[in-house]
Design a protein around this ligand. Structure first.
Ligand code: ZN
Length: 95
């Protein structure tokens, strides 16, 4: 797992299309909306491509963006660090 630090890195991860990106929008805060905003995507999800989707994520918004080389690794981290406080993107349905 590593943190995506720049738009360039985000584009590289998207272009490679391997693994998952966790948009840790509200971090470990638990609010009525945090599970919705803390969202796991496939790296290839259009929501992760700033060139195609107007609503795409950027590293400038709230929350760290974390890259995981595999779904399995992502879920392992989420179960440890965000139990019950994340959701999976319905568009790309990572698994
Ligand atoms: Zn997605």
């Amino acid at each position: 797992m590593h943190r995506i630090e720049s738009g360039q890195q985000l584009r590289e991860v998207f272009d490679a299309g391997v693994g998952c990106i966790f948009n840790d929008f509200e971090g470990d805060h638990e609010t009525s909306s945090s599970a919705d905003f803390n969202k796991l995507h496939r790296a290839s999800c259009e929501d992760c491509d700033p060139r195609r989707a107007a609503s795409a994520m950027t590293v400038a918004t709230s929350g760290q963006k974390l890259f995981f080389p595999s779904f399995r690794e992502a879920v392992g981290w989420l179960m440890q660090n965000r139990p019950g406080n994340y959701s999976k993107c319905s568009r790309c349905n990572p698994r």
